[in-house]
Design a protein around this ligand. Structure first.
Ligand SMILES: *Cc1c(COP(=O)(O)O)cnc(C)c1O
Length: 355
């Protein structure tokens, strides 16, 4: 695979495979020999409908999605799903449990409050979200338990999902397709594309069929899962180009061996980096060891230091977007599926040679 000029460690929008980008570039001029740009083509034309259908099939195959789930392509980002999910599923007098493991969880909680009883069953906020809470009590009348499978900003990840009384609902924006998952305990899985799947503009929602229309609210059509499911995500003009880049990314992933192979690669890339953070006395990880994310790796200077200097030093070596989130500081290396192992090795070398 061809190397990019630089290694982009951004948390999102994030690195995509170079081969995928080349195919996307070509499709913007002449889509599969149709003599037209994909940007100009009708979403109702046969080649485009076929491409969207195939993308759905690839998702179903790669994640082993059972037949009683719908796969939707929506807009509004993962952020709209914070509202759209409770709006569609949770009734006013029902209770949903939410776990508070970071900024995105907190946003999901804020929106859900508008649609039913929200019980925040655990929070690691007091500890600057440096771990995933393990011991917590769930509501007896729980409809679902919401979690953020990977906390992009803080660098924690649920490596095992909790048992629930109801079903699970998960924001998987930043670790979808990075590891195998068992879809069956989940009522809804949602993910914005721009971390591990493609460009911003499309959001994937996997929803169990019996939950569609469950809240019985009189919803605007654009916010109604039932409408989008009924129209195969073509109720209005979908973001076809974004879906196409997802399609190419999933083909790329499939050829590399699917999510199982990706998981092995991700584990070995993360191991390289965490081992260096442990070994190197200049740096330390603020995150509880057992909860460390395979996707977003925050680290800080152990005894203070000039952060801007280290970031410049890395940039000179072709490694960019390593600044930690403004709420955490320090550094963060996002090492999504499309970050090659060589990128992680280059970062480890830089850390070893610093000062
Ligand atoms: C980036 C991110 C979001 C926000 O996604 P948008 O598509 O910008 O709405 C939500 N949740 C998680 C876990 C994220 O990483």
């Amino acid at each position: 695979m061809e190397k990019q000029k630089i290694y982009n460690f951004s948390a999102g929008p994030a690195v995509l495979a170079v081969d995928v980008l080349k195919q996307a570039a070509e499709a913007t001029v002449n889509y599969n020999g149709h003599g037209m740009s994909i940007l100009e083509m009708s979403h109702r034309s046969v080649p485009i409908v076929d491409m969207v259908t195939e993308t759905r099939q690839l998702i179903r195959q790669l994640l082993n999605v059972p037949e009683n789930y719908k796969i939707l392509f929506l807009q509004g980002g993962a952020s709209l799903q914070f509202s759209m999910i409770p709006m569609n599923i949770l009734k006013d007098d029902e209770t949903a449990d939410y776990t508070d493991t970071g900024a995105w969880s907190a946003k999901a909680i804020k929106e859900a409050h508008r649609y039913g009883n929200v019980n925040v069953v655990c929070s690691s906020k007091e500890a600057v979200y440096n771990h995933i809470p393990k011991q917590f009590e769930q509501s007896k009348n729980q409809l679902y338990l919401h979690l953020t499978s990977n906390n992009t900003i803080y660098g924690t990840q649920w490596h095992e999902f909790p048992d629930t009384k109801g079903f699970l609902v998960a924001d998987m924006s930043s670790d979808i397709f990075s590891r195998p998952i068992d879809v069956s305990p989940f009522g809804v899985i949602y993910a914005g594309a721009q971390k591990n799947m493609g460009p911003a503009g499309v959001t994937m929602v996997i929803v169990r069929e019996d939950l569609i229309g469950r809240s019985e609210r009189n919803l605007p059509s654009m916010l109604d899962f039932a409408m989008h499911a009924d129209k195969d995500s073509m109720f209005n003009t979908p973001p076809i180009f974004a879906i196409y880049v997802v399609n190419r990314t999933l083909h790329w992933l499939n050829e590399l061996g699917g999510v199982d192979a990706m998981y092995e690669q991700n584990k070995s890339k993360a191991k390289l980096l965490y081992e260096e953070i442990e070994r190197n006395t200049l740096f330390t990880s603020p995150i509880a060891e057992e909860d460390r994310s395979l996707m977003n790796v925050p680290f800080v200077f152990a005894d203070g230091g000039d952060e801007a200097h280290f970031l410049n030093y890395c940039a000179e070596r072709g490694m960019v977007t390593l600044k930690g989130h403004r709420s955490v500081g320090g550094f963060r290396a996002s090492i999504y599926n499309a970050m090659p192992k060589e990128g992680v090795e280059a970062l480890v070398n830089a850390m070893q040679q610093y000062l």
